[in-house]
Structures are given as C-alpha cells and as structure tokens.
Write a protein that binds this ligand. Structure first.
Ligand code: GTP
Length: 347
C-alpha cells in the first residue's frame, strides 16, 4: 500500500514559525513532524509515499530527496499554484491504482493504521475518514454518521446551533482509487468542503473510524506547544525518545554545568551548552546546538536548533525558531519568536 501526504499548505496560522519552513517540517521533539509521520509508516509495512508539495516545496524536496536515506521510496508532486486538499489528491492520481492512505501533515496522533485499514475493508467503504472527538468542534469539520458508522453529513466550521456531533475529521483517510475520478482536475478543490459531500450525494460509502485515542493538529502555536507538553506528559508516544529517569532526555555532546537546575520533563538535544545557575524546565524542549547562558531560565518552552539564549534571559511558554538570539536579560512570555517576527500566543 502507498500513502499520500498533503504538505503544500501555507501554514498561515502557525506564522511566524512557517515564514521560512513549511508547516509539516516544524520539529516535534527535535525531528520534523513529517519525517516522524513517514517513518511511522514503515512500522506498518508501507515504504512508498507521495508528497504533494506547493509552499516551500524545495525545503521538503531537499530534506527527503528520493527517500533512500530513510529506507523509503518518496515521490514529490509539486503544484505551481495551490490546488487545495482535494485538488492535491487529484494531482497525484497517477501514483494510485489500489487502496491508499492520505494524511494531512499537521497531525500528531497515535492512530493504529493497521486497524484503520482493516476497518476500511470490513466496512467495504469507498472512503474511510478517521474522526476524533473534541469539546468544541466549531473550528473544525464536523461529521455526522448513522448507526452503522457511515457518514451522513459534513459541516465545516459549524455555528454553535449547527453542532450535532462532536466528532471531527482527523485528516487521515483511506481511499479507493475509483473515487479519484470524481474529483475535478486542474482547479483548486477542497476535499472536506466539496469532495466528501459530493461523494455522499452520489451514493459512495464513506465510513468513519473512531479509533484515535490521542490526536492534535499542530496548526497554531498554542497547539504546537500543547503537543510537546502532551508528549512530555506521556499522552502521546514518540518513537526513539526515552524520557525515563525523571523525564529528562539528554542528546549527545551536551555540556551542562553542574550548578544547572533541571526539573523534568525536559528534552535537551545534541551539542547543547548550558552555563552555570541556569534553570531548565519543567516542560522545556531544547533543540540541537543551542547555547544557554548563565542564570537563564526556560520553562514550558520549545527552542529550535542553533539558538543562543544570553545570560539571565527568561523564556516562559515561548517558542523560539532556529538561528535566533535572545538578548541578555530579555524576558518572553507566551511569545512565538522568529528572527524577523514575533507575536503573543493566546494561552
Ligand atoms: P493554514 O494556512 O494555517 O490554514 O494552514 P494550511 O495552509 O496548512 O491549511 P490546512 O491546515 O487546512 O491544511 C491541511 C493539510 O493540507 C496540511 O497538511 C496542508 O499542508 C495541506 N494543504 C492545504 N492546502 C493545500 C494545497 O493547496 N496543496 C497541497 N498540496 N496541500 C495543501
């Protein structure tokens, strides 16, 4: 089986983190989310994927190439203009002649893909949509379904009085290739707003799969930060990461002064230098090649690679993009900070 990742979105809600890099490439515990998602497929025996790119396509092309480095076969299909989620699927049609998976690339979840595929087959569905329950579905695509768990209606970003289900589209689908014939070519199409409702009208069977226990879309800075806190709390497991031992992970080559106060859970990447009397954690995620000066304090924050935090600076519930320098004594609370831009988060 093959999989398609939709990776071409502009990621506007995650700015300024997405000013230079596409949203699927933001690091989750030090590794691009898309890389984590692709590598997860290997565990279920999928080793061929198609990446549907548009915004900052070169960045993704450079990182993954033909996939050999990851033991995968990776194809890139680039759009010159954004075709939307449905148009992007249609544009990759030539790669799919059998049942295949589709993923939005801003999702962190523990969905069991083997179970999802098995379910799709048991339901003899044309499309299966993974759904997840949220308290407030008003920002999402809500799906209503019948007693046999087949979709009966779709509502994008419903008004409060229109909310009749709190199961939302989780951005993970199983498709039968015949469905691709129903998507118009050569123009922007939304799979959520246009394709799914039309498939229903035409009598296609769309099953809903409710098996996600953890799910978050990292499409805003608040959610991006929350995803890290959830991982640190053990709510979502991330492969290759051992936070045992007081919840402290230290990468290779890190030089941490003996006076530094570390309060787990904390993740420290490779080649990190932390100077005396700094205070790190709880919930601090520090990328590779980061220098943290004397007496600096980092709490509830995510710092990307190649960052310098000068002496006495303080970061609380803050995200710092790569190559930034936080000046001596500066304090940032609930801030998203990139070289050229910053903004406050609503948390
Ligand atoms: P926002 O601008 O913050 O809404 O983010 P986004 O542009 O990524 O949009 P959204 O979160 O709705 O996208 C869901 C998924 O579809 C993401 O994985 C996007 O990368 C992808 N996507 C959205 N629009 C396009 C598109 O026009 N082309 C392709 N190839 N992928 C898209």
């Amino acid at each position: 089986m093959k999989a398609l990742f939709l990776v071409g979105g502009m990621g506007t809600r995650l700015r300024p983190l997405t000013n230079k890099i596409p949203k699927p490439m933001v690091p989750i515990m030090g590794k691009p989310l898309l890389e984590r998602s692709i590598l997860n497929l290997k565990n279920v025996g999928i080793d061929e994927v198609v990446l549907s790119t548009c915004y900052r396509a070169q960045y993704i092309q450079r990182h993954f190439g033909d996939g050999e480095r990851f033991g995968m076969k990776i194809h890139h299909v680039k759009e010159d203009i954004p075709l939307g989620t449905g148009g992007a699927i249609k544009n990759a049609e030539e790669y799919f002649d059998d049942t295949f998976l589709i993923f939005n690339s801003d999702i962190l979840s523990d969905i069991d893909l083997r179970e999802l595929i098995k379910y799709h087959r048991e339901k003899a569905a044309d499309v299966t949509i993974a759904v997840t329950q949220v308290d407030n579905p008003s920002m999402y695509g809500v799906i209503e379904y019948d007693e046999n768990d087949y979709a009966i209606s779709f509502k994008e970003k419903p008004q409060p009085h229109e909310i009749t289900s709190n199961f939302i589209n989780a951005g993970v689908y199983v498709f039968e290739p015949k469905v691709l014939e129903e998507i118009p070519a050569g123009r922007a199409v939304s799979v959520e707003r246009e394709v799914f409702p039309q498939l229903l009208e035409k009598g296609y069977k769309i099953a809903v799969y409710k098996g996600c226990s953890y799910w978050i879309d990292i499409g805003t800075p608040e959610k991006y930060l929350q995803a890290h806190i959830d991982i640190m709390a053990g709510k979502c497991r991330v492969s290759g990461l051992d936070l045992s031992g007081k919840g402290i992970y230290k990468g290779q080559g890190s030089d941490i002064h003996s006076s530094v106060k570390i309060q787990g859970p904390v993740y420290i990447g490779a080649n990190v230098k932390i100077e005396e009397n700094a205070s790190i954690g709880p919930n601090a995620i520090i990328g590779n090649n980061v220098h943290i000066g004397r007496g600096a304090k980092i709490v509830g924050s995510v710092i990307w690679d190649d960052v310098v935090v000068e002496n006495g600076a303080k970061l609380v519930n803050t995200i710092v993009a790569s190559n930034c320098r936080i000046k001596q004594g500066c304090e940032h609370y609930r801030t998203v900070y990139a070289e050229e831009d910053s903004r406050t988060m609503a948390i």
